[in-house]
Design a protein around this ligand. Structure first.
Ligand code: NAD
Length: 316
């Protein structure tokens, strides 16, 4: 598995990252043995980056990931674990008091003494000035305490990143996690990469399968995409299937092709999915992407290119 530098953190993380939201049963039930096998297989195949949040499955993802990592008995310094704060099943709270308590609760569920990355989760749901003036300073203190090595921010709209990064002291945010903005149907993250690089910010791109849109099974009920986008993605998946090919493999490979992105975080709930996604990466390194299929799928998705959905509160 290819390892890539994550901004200026000094961390080298696997190009394919393990998104643990499915372990919180977000995309359907996952038996514990299946979850443990998925994490074990990921480690065996060279995945060293794991991402979770107290929000996923109302803390279940963190507890299950912690159990799976303990069960795998992997040395702590061989893995990079990220979790988040500020977004919970009960709602949003980015106050200093909440995030300071939240990290302790996350560490207890994960069974860890520290996380490598602590993100503010989906910051577009609060006034961004709170993130700048209250949350990031609180996370700095957490970093100084040793409970988190690096600090990140996540969310859907891309303008949140420039707003916050232009206003915090240099070095106080190490990474961003963007989702659903670098895949075959949406490449809008690309325009932000030079800015992020100039600031020394590591880039994590999540949801290469557009949260299930680019899979044969299709998206879960709760998927927020407009119907037009869902239909186009289904047509693209059908096209690949008719040709005996996999939309998922193509989508994974496409997202992995941009080296300005340190890791492609894909949600996985079984050893089989881990194997398929790692095989997609290996095959990409060996023989490149299927250009013909890519052009056909891009043509199907052209009418919905960069079509997204609203997320968060209206910012002044
Ligand atoms: P994704 O695009 O990675 O899609 C996940 C879905 O695809 C799941 O249903 C999974 O079971 C399925 N899948 C994975 N590999 C497959 C394969 N080979 N064949 C068929 N189906 C396959 O979406 P995601 O899980 O939402 O995103 C990845 C991770 O990124 C999350 O688990 C989470 O850790 C992180 N994330 C963070 C944020 C945020 O911070 N706001 C938002 C989205 C995602």
């Amino acid at each position: 598995m290819e390892l890539r530098e994550l901004g200026l953190t000094g961390l080298r993380i696997s190009a394919v990252g393990f998104g643990a939201s499915p372990l919180g049963h977000v995309f359907g039930d996952v038996p514990r043995d299946t979850a443990r096998a998925a994490v074990r297989r990921a480690l065996d195949l060279g995945i060293n980056f794991f991402d979770t949040s107290p929000y996923y499955g109302g803390t279940v993802s963190e507890s299950v990931l912690g159990d799976c990592l303990r069960h795998a008995a992997v040395p702590r310094d061989r893995i990079v674990v990220a979790t988040k704060c500020g977004r919970y099943k009960e709602g949003f709270d980015f106050s200093a008091k909440c995030v300071t308590r939240s990290v302790d609760e996350s560490l207890a569920r994960l069974g860890l003494d520290y996380v490598d990355i602590l993100h503010c989760h989906d910051i577009e749901f609060t006034n961004l000035d709170q993130i700048v003036n209250e949350t990031i300073p609180a996370l700095q203190k957490i970093k100084e305490s040793g409970k988190a090595r690096f600090i990140g921010i996540t969310g859907l709209p891309l303008n949140i990143y420039t707003y916050v990064l232009d206003r915090v002291p240099p070095g106080s945010i190490d990474v961003i996690l963007s989702y659903c903005h670098f895949g075959i149907n949406d490449t809008s993250l690309v325009d932000l990469l030079p800015y992020l690089k100039s600031k020394g910010i590591g880039v994590i791109s999540a949801s290469p399968l557009a949260m299930g849109l680019l899979t044969d099974n299709g998206p879960p009920e709760w998927h927020p995409a407009p119907e037009e986008l869902k239909l186009a993605c289904r047509a693209a998946a059908d096209h690949c299937r008719k040709k005996g090919k996999s939309i998922t493999k193509l989508a994974m490979q496409y997202s992995l092709m941009n080296n300005g992105i340190s890791t492609v975080l894909v949600g996985m709930n079984s050893a089989e999915q881990v194997e398929e996604n790692v095989a997609a990466a290996t095959e990409l390194s060996a023989s490149g992407i299927d250009e013909e299929l890519l052009h056909e799928v891009e043509a199907i998705l052209a009418p919905v290119k960069n079509l997204t959905w609203l997320s968060g509160i209206q910012q002044a």
